[in-house]
Design a protein around this ligand. Structure first.
Ligand code: PLP
Length: 399
């Protein structure tokens, strides 16, 4: 039996693990003794964070679960979001929405990205609300809805400055006008997306917000304002009460991750994810030998080198400067990260033994390595760190 991460509470009520097949559940206890590396996701943290978002914003929360819920596992997160009172789920693609439907999620599901006309029928059959912004797609959608025998529910995307997908305000107004005459298409929502909401300087977001407000005013004046108006991602939800409208689209904040250094989460949010492994081998390597592919690291004296069964195939980047926690202490990864393994320099932890818990992300003892620290090391953002955790690492859900 190893380490500190397993408290008795978890063994009293066996929880569930999701393997790479997200619907295959096995009990927690056997999985913890049978995985070389695993990710623990606290559903309680996610529940807490949705509660915090609702209290903070006072509006409905759309739980953004695209990209396997930012690596946390889409279905358990979506189910938890439903329990915690989210009003909507959001995904990027129709395929993700279908997976939600096939696994019992009955909440409205918004597909925020672009969709292929060839998938409109699938979207309709699964009651997914797609994003519309191209006049050229209107007729295909109308036909798909007519053949499905039910109206298509869409959210119109307005381009205010992200310059990704969306119709510019004048075009969006005329699209609204067109759609108002098409009974097969219900525009139930309108939304935009801010490019710089996670930056300290509000200038760009002010400008986008003003353009969006003006668009909404014009839509209102023409009697075309859809029932649901939304704009805010997590950073916007946290910083801009005026852009919360009817609903916020919360991704990163729901996982307890900070939108950015400039826009940290307020107190009370909890990171949901921890990534662990165990020390699988220790050996003493004499001075002057090379470690791992390319021998990029050479021992300077007799060094105790540990091996953990984690590599870039799991989402642990092949960069220099990685660190992990063992016995509550930070130790460096030395030599190149391999696909499935990497090496640790253990001289500062003489008590380290094979089987000890090693934390790549999360707390151990007094110390913690968070996704933001890893992101800095990898010259990226926390979003990419958790999204990059591959499906071969089993996710274990703590209640
Ligand atoms: C991914 C995404 C979000 C969620 O953003 P967070 O910063 O993770 O809260 C919201 N809206 C759109 C359109 C997105 O693509």
């Amino acid at each position: 039996m190893r380490g500190s991460s397993l408290s008795l509470d978890y063994t009293l009520e066996p929880e569930r693990v999701v393997t790479s097949d997200a619907s295959a559940y096995t009990p927690l206890v056997s999985s913890l003794s049978s995985h070389l590396t695993w990710i623990e996701v606290s559903l309680d943290a996610i529940r807490n964070n949705i509660g915090r978002l609702k209290a903070l914003t006072g509006v409905d929360v759309m739980a953004v679960v695209k990209a396997n819920a930012y690596g946390h596992g889409m279905l358990p997160v979506a189910r938890t979001a439903v329990d915690a009172g989210a009003s909507y789920c959001a995904v990027a693609r129709i395929s993700e929405g279908i997976e939600l439907r096939e696994n019992g999620i009955t909440l409205p599901v918004h597909v925020m990205g672009p969709s292929l006309e060839g998938r409109f029928k699938d979207a309709l059959e699964h009651d997914l609300e797609i994003t519309l912004f191209q006049p050229a797609q209107v007729e295909a959608l109308r036909l798909a809805a007519a053949s499905a025998g039910k109206p298509a529910r869409v959210h119109l995307k307005v381009e205010t400055g992200m310059n990704r997908i969306g119709a510019r305000p004048e075009e969006a107004l005329s699209l609204l006008q067109t759609l108002s005459g098409i009974p097969e298409i219900d525009v139930i929502g309108v939304f935009t997306h801010y490019a710089c909401a996670d930056e300290g300087d509000p200038t760009t977001t002010d400008r986008q917000e003003a353009a969006y407000l003006q668009f909404l005013q014009q839509a209102e004046a023409s009697g075309l304002r859809p029932p649901l108006v939304h704009a805010g991602n997590s950073a916007t939800a946290v910083t801009r009460s005026r852009s919360r409208f009817d609903m916020v689209r919360a991704g990163v904040s729901m996982y307890g991750l900070h939108p950015s250094r400039d826009v940290p989460l307020p107190d009370g949010f909890l990171p949901a994810l921890a990534w662990k492994t165990q020390l699988r081998h220790i050996h003493t390597i004499p001075a002057g030998e090379g470690i791992s592919y390319g021998h990029r690291y050479h021992t300077r004296s007799d060094e105790r080198i540990g091996v953990i069964p984690v590599g870039y195939g799991d989402g642990w980047r092949r960069t220099d400067g990685n660190e992990v926690l063992i016995h509550g202490q930070r130790v460096p990864v030395v030599g190149r990260v391999c696909m499935d393994q990497c090496m640790l320099q253990l001289d500062s932890v003489p008590g380290a033994a094979v089987g000890d818990d090693v934390v790549l992300l999360g707390h151990q003892g007094e110390d913690a390595i968070n996704a933001e620290d890893v992101a800095d090391r990898w010259d990226t953002i926390n979003y990419e760190v958790t999204c990059g955790l591959t499906t071969r690492v089993p996710r274990i859900y703590l209640p």
